[in-house]
Design a protein around this ligand. Sequence first.
Ligand code: ARG
Length: 455
Amino acid sequence: MWGGRFSASPNALMQAINVSIGFDKRLASQDIAGSQAHAAMLAKTGVISSGDAAEIQRGLAAIAEEMAAGTFPFRDEFEDIHMNVEARLRELIGPVAGRLHTARSRNDQVALDFRLWVREACDRSAAQLEGLQQALIGKAAAHADTLMPGFTHLQPAQPVTLGHHLMAYVEMFGRDASRFRDARARMNECPLGAAALAGSPFPIDREMTAKALGFDRPTANSLDSVSARDFALEALSAASIAATHLSRLAEEIVLWMTPQFGFIRLSDAFTTGSSIMPQKKNPDAAELIRAKVGRILGSLTSLTVVMKGLPLAYSKDMQEDKVPTFEAFDALELSLLAMTGMITDLEPNTERMAAAAGAGFSTATDLADWLVRELDLPFRDAHHVTGAAVKRAEQLGVDLADLPLAELQALNQGISEDVFKVLTPAASSASRVSYGGTAPDQVRSQIKRWKDVLR
Ligand code: ARG
């Protein structure tokens, strides 16, 4: 492609370090779409003849078919996807292919292709996150009343419902999806027409190509157009946060599946056995999802370091943007889909959860609140009395709800039989009716709100 200036071919190592077709072939459809829009614009503005443009379009359509059929000859000697497509175009339609690159450079071409790819990845991730939310909402609706322990410090804290717990993740994944939508809106400007770095002397119509490729507008600075990769950094950052959320849910699934918790059963579809221990059923999918954040956050780190300190405008360093980004989104997609399958499949052991919900003096706060409400104790005093009640129950080896009334009255004479109404996990959870609380009616109203949002 630059034979005019060169008399010798590159060293084999030069080619090995330079070649990118092995991975940037994933930009094939974006590259062709960009070329189609560019050729149409060149014809419309009279930069090339409509006859030549028609030839180019015919060739590009044939290449798109070869790509779809898997017969396109990807060749290392043409270095990257842009030159592979152009070289093939020349083979198919002859020297007129050379007119396509008028008013264009591989610098704005790759900036465009990659931006299109990342934009699609953001759309896909947002949609997959919504799929996961739907699965969680379905499970939450079935278990709006299912009691389980709520934890802080992974110690039993207060009873909640499984529906409430699952809806917490619906909130998190909802923010993740909106981060992808925000990133998409910000990146939706078209760099095509920036050419190598300074713009073009030809009378190109950048509004036209921007519109044809679904962008809101063309980018406003040619140097920035070819050197910006923050759209990918932002998408990777959104991916890393989503992966962090996935890893938390994955960890809970791993914990809940242990015989010690025994909160859920996972289907055979999302577990594996052991080659030596016949009794085992392992939550491998959850463990792998828990780990994928390493790869995804690693990609963000990798691209951040590539971009750090790069002078304007394009440098070949930026070819290193693709592999981490592809890897991150492959990992995220797999994680989201596997998690959706796992959530759909999992079966809560409701008796086990309910029993655990009442264990560990989880209604102690309810006792303290009762003392405040009914006996007008300051909360700190109520906290003290309740602490003593817990200590006494522990000595006697019983739950708070099973403590004899006389024992409670020994701590405060005002305590009546009435107190036992608030000491069950069900009463505790049902009482938390504040907006966003765990009371089943609150959970149901959040489920309804989310169903409307996602409709
Ligand atoms: N393969 C290159 C990349 O991924 C395309 C741009 C090359 N531009 C250049 N001037 N060498 O970044």
